[in-house]
Design a protein around this ligand. Structure first.
Ligand SMILES: [Zn+2]
Length: 89
């Protein structure tokens, strides 16, 4: 599988560490039910999924990678810093 890092260009997937689903976190003052949903009640779609990938053997950037979990096609890869995944502040 090849992933196109916005900083480094096309690279082998073995250069990356995959952290998991790229989810928007609830705010710090969100009710416990929102945190329960975030931590325990995950969807398991057969299709496009956004994941956090770390380019550990490259530029060291965190990426928001959209990957089709059925075909393993990488649909897009953008810098996670611009993805607004930190939740409400
Ligand atoms: Zn990179």
């Amino acid at each position: 599988m090849r992933v196109t890092c916005p900083n480094c260009g096309e690279r082998d997937r073995r250069e990356f560490y995959v952290k998991g689903a790229a989810l928007v976190r609830p705010g710090a003052d969100a009710p416990v039910e929102a945190w329960h949903e975030h931590v325990h009640m995950r969807d398991n779609p057969a299709g496009d999924v956004h994941e956090l990938w770390y380019h550990e053997m490259g530029c060291g950037a965190w990426l928001n990678v959209c990957r089709n979990v059925v075909s393993h096609e990488v649909v897009s890869a953008v810098l996670a810093a611009g993805s607004d995944l930190g939740g409400a502040r």
